[in-house]
Design a protein around this ligand. Structure first.
Ligand SMILES: [Zn+2]
Length: 60
């Protein structure tokens, strides 16, 4: 699980945790290249949608 926390959640590039920014919505690491991009926002909305679906439905 430590590997997961040191990868950019947008591009999945390995990151140095000490230099990594976090996306405050998902609390996941994001690299400088992806931070603030449309790709980042896309991934955030996709992940939050999945969470919301789980709460709304619960039938899976
Ligand atoms: Zn990235």
């Amino acid at each position: 699980m430590n590997d997961f926390t040191s990868e950019c959640f947008v591009c999945e590039k390995k990151l140095d945790p000490a230099k990594t920014s976090k996306n405050l919505v998902l609390n996941l690491p994001v690299c400088e290249a992806c931070k603030g991009t449309d790709e980042e926002k896309e991934m955030v909305s996709r992940q939050t949608d999945e969470l919301a679906d789980g709460f709304v439905c619960g039938c899976v």
